[in-house]
Ligand binder design. Structure first.
Ligand code: FAD
Length: 434
């Protein structure tokens, strides 16, 4: 059993089981020989593993830490259609038909998560419907236009909410109009990852926790993957799903993925205070370029709040205090309350804000960089990666325009940080004008 553990978070506190079940039996000797070796046990790797097994392939999934230890087990838990890049921005770049095909694929990812939770009877993964995205400035006409376009052209189930309707459920004078998405929902992402892993193991998939892939070597028609346990894995194909946490394995991909940090806190139980401020049970977020995202957990008694992005990968010491200040700037009526957990996570972003989903070289694939919109996108990538690798389809080619472009290393981080400050300034300007 690996002695690696999850970071302190609300999700760890509410795990269905914290026992590490998956290890490589090094003593058994002989390198595992499988059709596909998957690097990374986040939701991308797990979904691909599950779908490859369904397509009749043998798999070995390597996870350096624990299943769902990365972004997949630390996030806001919002599952919704689309990508980190906006649908209408994609339309402007690629044209309507391509953008619509990508959007439909993203909806399949959302459905996949919902259906899989039901199919597996995933324990500890309550599903709560709805996502209300609100403006922090008065922008009725523009928002109405976007909603109408997405409803008409993309069959999106969104509806426009007036300022009054928004403020009926979110009691804050910082909010204006909103867009409601009844097809979105929120989940406990770490328990979902654990349910996927249990299903993979039950279907005969091999999973090794506490086992990092350390090298990739071409071996005949396939690949040999070196591991931190000293045991190599032989595989016909390899799928890289290490996102922002992968380093020193395949530089061409790692240089294209910028690690961007974002933060989450959970409050103490405070049902009366919350009732004075938040009366919407689905996902809530503002539409700023780097906005707040939050939801109620534990039957509406606790607030789970995420926000801010930065390119610094270490956790700020005043993290809890910083986010509490953000919360009170929206809901001063919450008064003093205790933050019980505060944590950080890294998202993998590419400069084009779209995932990297491609065969990098023969037999070596990548399905990664889902940014801050990964809960449906990892499912989408898992599906199309498995189809492509099993030779059952080529929908992964829809992602062809989004190359693994160099993110600029330290320079890229500086650029991202500058862009973020620019976005913050623009958001602030929009707000002060309303
Ligand atoms: C705080 C936070 C909030 C977010 N909120 C949301 C949200 O509400 N909705 C949404 O849609 N998205 C959200 N996201 C984004 C989403 O969580 C990610 O896009 C998604 O989980 C990425 O999944 P992944 O499997 O690609 O990567 P990860 O979950 O990061 O998994 C990568 C895994 O690979 C492992 N690994 C790396 N290198 C190696 C190696 N060499 N060998 C073996 N294993 C390796 C790591 O240990 C890690 O477990 C959020 C992200 C963060 C950080």
């Amino acid at each position: 059993m690996t002695n690696r553990s999850y970071i302190d978070s609300y999700y760890r506190d509410t795990l269905v089981s914290d026992i590490s079940l998956y290890q490589m039996d090094v003593a058994a000797g002989g390198a595992p020989d499988v059709d596909v070796c998957i690097v990374g046990g986040g939701l991308a790797g797990l979904t691909a593993a599950r779908e490859l097994l369904a397509a009749g392939k043998s798999i070995c999934l390597l996870e350096a830490e624990r299943i769902g230890w990365g972004a997949s087990g630390r996030n806001g838990g919002f599952v919704s259609d689309g990508y980190a890049e906006g649908t209408l921005a994609l339309e402007a770049k690629l044209g309507f038909d391509h953008a619509k095909a990508l959007f439909d694929l993203s909806c399949e990812g959302t459905r996949y998560v919902r259906d899989t939770i039901t199919e597996l009877g995933a324990p500890g993964v309550p599903v709560q419907e709805g996502w209300l995205r609100v403006l922090r400035h008065d922008g009725e006409e523009a928002l109405k236009r976007s909603v109408a376009r997405l409803v008409e052209a993309y069959d999106a189930p969104y509806s426009f909410w007036s300022k009054e309707k928004v403020r009926d459920v979110l009691l804050s004078d910082r909010y204006f109009q909103g867009m409601d998405d009844p097809g979105a929902f929120h989940i406990h992402p770490l328990n979902y990852a654990i349910a996927l892993a249990a299903d993979i193991a039950a279907r005969g998939g091999m999973i090794a926790e506490g086992c990092a892939a350390t090298s990739l070597t071409k071996e005949g028609a396939g690949w040999s993957v070196g591991t931190s346990l000293g045991q190599d894995v032989s595989a016909g194909q390899v799928l890289l799903c290490g996102s922002a946490y992968m380093s020193h394995l395949y530089p061409k991909l790692e240089q294209a993925v910028l690690p961007v940090a974002t933060y989450v806190v959970t409050s103490e139980r405070m049902p009366e205070k919350i009732a004075s401020a938040i009366r919407y049970r689905g996902c809530i977020g503002d539409t700023r370029r780097a906005g707040d995202y939050y939801r109620l957990v534990d039957d509406g008694e606790r607030l789970l709040w995420g926000g801010r992005i930065t390119t610094r990968t270490s956790e700020p010491t005043a993290l809890a205090h910083m986010l509490k200040r953000d919360i009170l700037s929206i809901y001063p009526q919450l008064g003093d309350f205790k933050i019980e957990r505060a944590w950080a996570g890294l998202m993998g972003y590419c400069v084009h804000k779209m995932p990297i989903m491609r065969e990098m070289e023969p037999g070596l694939w990548a399905a990664t960089a889902t940014g801050g919109h990964g809960l449906n996108t990892t499912a989408t990538l898992g599906l199309v990666a498995a189809e492509g690798m099993a030779g059952l389809g080529d929908r992964y080619k829809l992602f062809e325009p989004f190359e693994a472009r160099w993110g600029g290393g330290a320079l890229g981080r500086l650029g991202t940080q500058l862009a973020y400050w620019g976005m913050q300034a623009q958001d602030w300007w929009d707000e002060v004008r309303s």
